[in-house]
Design a protein around this ligand. Sequence first.
Ligand SMILES: CC(C)(COP(=O)(O)OP(=O)(O)OC[C@H]1O[C@@H](n2cnc3c(N)ncnc32)[C@H](O)[C@@H]1OP(=O)(O)O)[C@@H](O)C(=O)NCCC(=O)NCCS
Length: 395
Amino acid sequence: MAETNGNVKNIGLRGVKVADTRISHVDGANGILIYRGYRIEALAEHSTFEETAYLLHHDALPKPEQLADFRKSLEEARELPGFVFDSIRKLPRSSLPMDVLQASIPLLGMADHELEDESREANLRKAIRLIARVPMIVAGWDRIRNGHDPLPADERLSHAANFLWQMTGKLPDDDISMDLDTCLVLHADHSFNASTFACRAVVSTQAHMYAAAAAGVGALSGPLHGGANTAVMRMLEALQGEGNVPGWVRKELDAGRKIMGMGHAVYKTTDPRARFLKDMCFRIGRKLGEEHWCRLSTQIEETAVAEFARRGKTTIKPNVDFFSAPVYHMMGIPGDLMTPLFAVSRIAGWTAHIIEEKFGDAHGEKPVLYRPSSEYTGHYCGKEACTYTPIEQRK
Ligand SMILES: CC(C)(COP(=O)(O)OP(=O)(O)OC[C@H]1O[C@@H](n2cnc3c(N)ncnc32)[C@H](O)[C@@H]1OP(=O)(O)O)[C@@H](O)C(=O)NCCC(=O)NCCS
């Protein structure tokens, strides 16, 4: 071991390509996102979450009978053994919904009779169960913490509409269900973001899909990643009635605090998902008479972008979390359920990446365990290392 000098700059792996993937691609310079070759705008406009999930898993859009089978498998998986909700009911009502979701994923694994079957077919079936059941946990926990029982699924409803039904117990408005469906399409995958990379690192050890998905939920919960939408909603609520938004933005930046929902590790221009969500925000706002949320968001966006530019930072623009917060709020989603709702969608991408990693699909070579190196900057006592002093002799 050589003496260390601590020269490694922690760049959070920015720009480092760690693997091939066939699933999705982010072109940050041009603001382009594709899933399996298709532009996100085309999918958001024409596809559904179920079809997009199929695409992410199968590398091709489904034919009608394939989509019908996929939907049926999802519907059939919307049932849980009693012990799952019995266990969740014992958790403190004040638990963070992302913690409850992360704790529940291994329970879903324990409920899976194919847990130890590592064939490709069994992994695809496990993925379907996870996609079907994550929303049940999120909706079920919201009901439990509010003193209600979880509701059975309604097989007549789409994935998005069923989530709203299982959360509220009311049949959702068709337009709101379709908008939520579009939100799920927009959030379903995003190449090697932190949570997807966490899933891939875990599964590279040959751990099962549920162990990897639980890691994904943990990574998503942070405010620099999926947790940003909850933080944006908190900001919007705090700024309602604020007469001086530009002053507030300046104060935050002067204090070294971040404006949540702005900036991106890869996009250096507008995030295409944010553009879509901004239009959706105004459309829903007009319909529900709640446009003030979109106007406030736009005011923060415009003043923050101008203030960033004044400070020489011209690449910080709204990301997917910025306008999804007011959109979800108008759909009746509580602030702390917004990040779990991100997971309801992203589980489709995570499971596709888990399978790709497990089977080395992207490059046709055998999968490899992730094991990066680091530069040791701790104590160094030379080649022989430090002399161990027994505890009674330490002063
Ligand atoms: C997502 C994020 C971590 C990406 O950051 P990045 O561009 O890779 O790298 P950094 O965080 O180092 O940002 C570069 C600079 O821009 C600043 N910056 C980036 N986003 C900012 C924001 N939202 N508000 C204020 N300043 C921001 C950083 O403070 C840093 O400034 P410095 O060079 O003076 O230290 C960052 O934009 C962020 O924290 N955004 C807010 C949280 C968020 O919305 N997350 C969801 C992402 S989808």
